[in-house]
Design a protein around this ligand. Structure first.
Ligand SMILES: [Zn+2]
Length: 163
């Protein structure tokens, strides 16, 4: 039995989200995050990975990134929350989503997108409605970064606008 169901999202009103299909314990592997493995060189050379749109790019290691921006990657539907109940986890070239707390059946599954947008962070508003919501999708701290390009340039913004 799958641990998730796809439904209209409560966070992203225009989009879909994933929901717990049953009660989930802390530390359960919920879904694989699949995509295309590309080299850093491809990431740097492609227009797809510029700073102006939300992307689904993960750093796997020094040489490879994973682009999960494909409709066959169901895990991309998981929305960001400032009080997320899941997190991205990985080993080698594999990524998956694991629960980081007890999740009740029917709760929406959420992750920390780890965005560190510099000048552009304001275009990605967060509607998670959690008490600690900072209003924008910005990383708290994340081992797996969505876009390495942001990781060095945004320290100042993170301090000024941290959740
Ligand atoms: Zn939020």
């Amino acid at each position: 039995m799958k641990l998730y169901k796809i439904n209209k999202s409560e966070i992203d009103k225009k989009g879909q989200g994933l929901y717990a299909a049953r009660d989930i314990k802390k530390g359960e592997k919920i879904i694989n995050y699949i995509g295309k493995i590309i080299t850093k060189k491809q990431t740097e050379e492609s227009d797809k990975y510029d700073n102006n749109k939300p992307i689904y790019l993960f750093t796997l290691n020094k040489k490879y990134d994973l682009d999960g921006d494909f409709n066959w990657n169901t895990a991309r539907l998981i929305n960001h929350s400032c009080d997320n109940n899941c997190d991205y986890d990985g080993k080698g070239l594999k990524l998956w989503v694991t629960s980081i707390k007890v999740i009740k059946k029917g709760e929406e599954l959420t992750c920390d997108y780890g965005f560190g947008y510099d000048d552009n962070y304001k275009q990605f508003q967060c509607n998670c409605k959690k008490k600690n919501c900072c209003g924008f999708i910005v990383r708290s701290e994340s081992r797996w970064r969505i876009n390495k390009k942001f990781s060095m340039s945004n320290k100042e913004n993170l301090i000024n606008n941290s959740c």
